[in-house]
Design a protein around this ligand. Structure first.
Ligand code: NDP
Length: 286
């Protein structure tokens, strides 16, 4: 542990954390730009997590990513918070300034929009259906509204979708819609922002909302096609994507905040998808 801090050290904190690909992504960025930095994953106990993140910074940590279940819980650690993190209600990136000020930011939403732009699959005025009303859905709404898209949000527990749409209504066109009313609408992009994929499930949406030209995006990712991607392909979409692009783009925006360099996202996605991912479940424990 001591030797680690001889380099500029960054980390992702979560619980669980063994599945995280963030170290592979950031350590690849360091190679690309020849930086003497190291990025590790840290399993954070749910007890005393704020104290343990502070300890990381006191030991010399320069920046961190925060993942489940702590994203909504680290606000009190921060001396400054970006507007986009305040609006999203969650923080996924911390940066230490001048060894004492911690800035909290959220790069999930901008990472998602950047991925859509890079893939050239989004336009202003597009109707975007978001399925799910958890943290991931909440994070992408503001950048999409700001870009000029119309958002429709649905969820298994409909009340949560209603609450989200009310919360964001001052930022643009957003409305909640029940699962059974979905087939009354035509969507340009359908985003699966549920956690159903983790258990090999898919959200129950009517298949006739999927057309050949419908762009279907699963925020969940795994090496092979997700069940949601297979479902959308089966019902005719020829444009299906998983969340790896979002993951790399949110990492790129964090890296930019820390190093003022915007890394080559395309090269990184290529590296991640081609590389036979080594089973590296090693993480530090705090
Ligand atoms: P949350 O736990 O905050 O929210 C889960 C959401 O999924 C809720 O809306 C829940 O509905 C819904 N849900 C769960 N199971 C089902 C099911 N079987 N059928 C229908 N709906 C279901 O999770 P997050 O929002 O943080 O994460 C959601 C997904 O996004 C995960 O798969 C995660 O891996 C992915 N993600 C990807 C990122 C990337 O960079 N690619 C970044 C962040 C997240 P209800 O309210 O009814 O319980």
């Amino acid at each position: 542990m001591n030797n680690l801090y001889e380099k500029k050290i960054y980390a992702v904190f979560g619980n669980p954390i063994s599945h995280s690909k963030s170290p592979e992504i950031h350590n690849f960025f360091y190679k690309l730009y020849n930086l003497n930095q190291k990025y590790i994953k840290i399993h954070l106990s749910k007890k005393n997590f704020l104290k343990n993140i502070s300890f990381f910074f006191k030991r010399g940590g320069k920046g961190a990513n925060i993942t489940l279940p702590f994203k909504e819980k680290v606000f009190s650690l921060c001396h400054e918070i970006t507007n986009r993190a305040k609006i999203a209600g969650s923080i996924n990136t911390l940066k230490l300034f001048e060894n004492e000020t911690i800035l909290g930011d959220n790069t999930d939403g901008i990472g998602f929009l950047s991925d859509l732009l890079l893939k050239k699959i989004v336009k202003r005025k597009f109707n975007i259906l978001i399925i799910g009303a958890g943290g991931a859905a909440r994070g992408i709404i503001y950048p999409l509204l700001k870009f000029g898209c119309n958002i429709f949000i649905t969820n298994r527990t409909f009340n949560k979708a209603k609450i989200l749409s009310k919360e964001f209504q001052n930022f643009g066109n957003i409305e909640s819609i029940t699962l059974k009313n979905l087939n009354q609408m035509k969507f340009n992009i359908i985003v699966n922002a549920t956690s159903a994929g983790i258990f090999n499930n898919i959200p129950l949406i009517p298949e006739n909302i999927i057309r050949k030209e419908t762009i279907c995006y699963d925020m969940f990712y795994k090496e092979k096609n997700t069940n949601f991607m297979k479902f959308c392909k089966n019902f005719g979409s020829n444009k299906v994507f998983n969340g790896i692009g979002m993951l790399v783009n949110q990492a790129a925006h964090s890296f930019f905040l820390w190093n003022n360099i915007f890394p080559n996202v395309k090269k990184t996605i290529k590296f991640l998808t081609k590389k036979k991912i080594k089973k590296n479940n090693k993480s530090l424990k705090y």
